[in-house]
Ligand binder design. Structure first.
Ligand code: SF4
Length: 453
């Protein structure tokens, strides 16, 4: 290849030790010279390797040793800081190949062999293996290059999530591990894993918590029966991490039911928050998940009707459902202020401001995070390609094809560190410009419960 741009070098290489099996593909993460004193990193190698794994190919990653350097200086060779190489080369190229100078991104893919002649694998088999890597190489080619990342703000933790995590951390400090938490404290696998490492034990139900222990209720709220169960046992130190904005919706449910209103809750049936709110006044709330459900309602037109909503819904979709509800029941009333919380609203507003100018929007958040899923939906309704990923490890080359402008946001339960790791991963594809686009500043803070103040 003579013009600058993504290039791929494909062939076989000799395994240097037993760190990878013969017959695997090697995606070289860097090229090293004999002795390892100089090296050239290869952009996006880890992303390419993961793409090949997803395609079902056997893949190893590591440095590739270039044995002979006939005159050329290689691609952006740099002396290793601190002298020797950090990781020994995994395989060696036969003499004779040496990449030209730094003319753009380079992918180096090798079928690993145990001897210098292709060994145990025939030429056809090696060619077939390398041929199967073609689509991944094409995706890598289309993804590498300069990108601009536009960070939505606000993003990541809201006040309710910060408070809930803080409660577990302080309980661990004050009462010592183990501290038991009913269900995921917030809907993020990384947060849960990090608290587990520090001594939190996550359980499904309170009957799994031993007598005398400290038990924490998660941020999404619980039904009164769960709290009653803990109080009846009388042996648990119970700390409630329910977000005050969720608790407000519970209170509204009790209040309007007490006033004799018929209640409609707009939300997702399986979500823990909805389960908790419905249980505040059992049998007194009709659940509406989508506009079509309104046809199934059989409410009394002559009696008051009040609707409430889950705190983490999409504001535009909810407005459509409320309009449809009003069309059927013109006297329906909403809560004094929207139940959709400030953090949900702000993160969605930030996406609305950003998405139309992005080629793709990446939403960092666990699959069971309602508000992260809504951010992806909001962007898609605006015609922007949007993908949700747990962390940088789930980033796919296919999402980035010919997408120079990448929007990034994160759900309210996603640690900011995961956003930073995603940006680091994007940086491996080429030069990156990062700008932040804020629609508002958040100052909301919630006080901690007395047990951990
Ligand atoms: S998203 Fe809103 S309701 Fe949910 S925890 Fe955060 S502040 Fe509370």
């Amino acid at each position: 290849v003579t013009t600058p741009g993504p290039r791929a070098s494909v062939g076989t290489a000799l395994l240097l030790d037993g760190r990878a099996p013969a017959g695997n593909l090697l995606v070289a993460t860097e090229l090293v010279t004999e002795g390892g004193a100089r090296s050239a990193p290869l952009r996006g190698a880890d992303l390419l390797a993961r793409d090949l794994c997803r395609a079902g190919l056997p893949v190893s990653t590591g440095p590739l040793l270039l044995r002979a350097a006939p005159g050329a200086d290689g691609p952006a060779w740099a002396p290793r800081s601190g002298g020797g190489r950090a990781q020994p080369a995994l395989a060696a190229d036969g003499p004779g190949w040496f990449p030209p100078g730094d003319e753009g991104p380079l992918a180096v893919l090798r079928a690993l062999t145990a001897d210098a002649h292709g060994g145990e694998k025939g030429n056809d088999e090696v060619a077939q293996l390398l041929g199967r890597a073609g689509p991944s190489l094409e995706r890598w080619r289309d993804a590498v290059g300069p990108h601009e990342v536009r960070l939505a703000a606000p993003r990541s933790f809201c006040a309710g999530v910060e408070r809930a995590i803080n409660i577990v951390e302080r309980a661990l400090e004050r009462f010592g591990p183990p501290v038991y938490v009913r269900r995921q404290i917030v809907h993020n696998a990384h947060v849960v894993a990090s608290l587990e490492r520090r001594g939190a034990v996550f359980v499904q139900e309170l009957d799994e918590v031993p007598d005398g222990a400290t038990a924490i209720l998660a941020a999404h709220g619980v039904s009164p029966a769960v709290r009653d169960e803990a109080l009846e046992r009388g042996t648990l130190t119970l700390i409630d991490a329910t977000c005050p904005l969720v608790a407000k919706v519970h209170l509204q449910a009790r209040r309007y039911a007490g006033l004799g209103h018929q209640l409609v809750l707009i939300g997702h049936r399986e979500h823990e928050e909805v389960v908790g709110t419905m249980a505040e006044v059992p049998g007194r709330i009709d659940l509406v998940e989508r506009t079509e459900d309104i046809g199934d309602l059989a409410l009394d037109q002559s009696a008051p009707i009040t609707y409430l909503t889950q705190t983490t819904l999409a504001t535009d979709e909810t407005a459509d459902i409320v309009d449809a509800l009003r069309a059927r029941y013109p006297h329906v009333e909403g809560p004094p202020a929207s139940d959709i919380c400030y953090a949900t609203q702000n993160r969605q507003d930030a996406v609305r401001a950003l998405a139309p100018d992005c080629d793709v929007l990446l939403v960092v958040g666990s699959t069971n995070s309602s508000n992260a899923a809504r951010l992806r939906e909001v962007a898609r309704r605006l015609g922007c390609r949007a993908e949700q990923l747990e962390d940088a490890g789930e980033l796919e080359l296919a999402w980035l094809a010919r997408s120079p402008v990448i929007g990034v946001t994160a759900g309210a339960s996603t640690p900011e560190l995961l956003v930073e790791e995603l940006i680091d991963s994007l940086r491996t594809l080429g030069p990156l410009e990062v700008t932040e686009h804020s629609v508002t500043e958040e100052r909301t803070r919630f006080p901690l419960p007395p047990q951990v103040r």
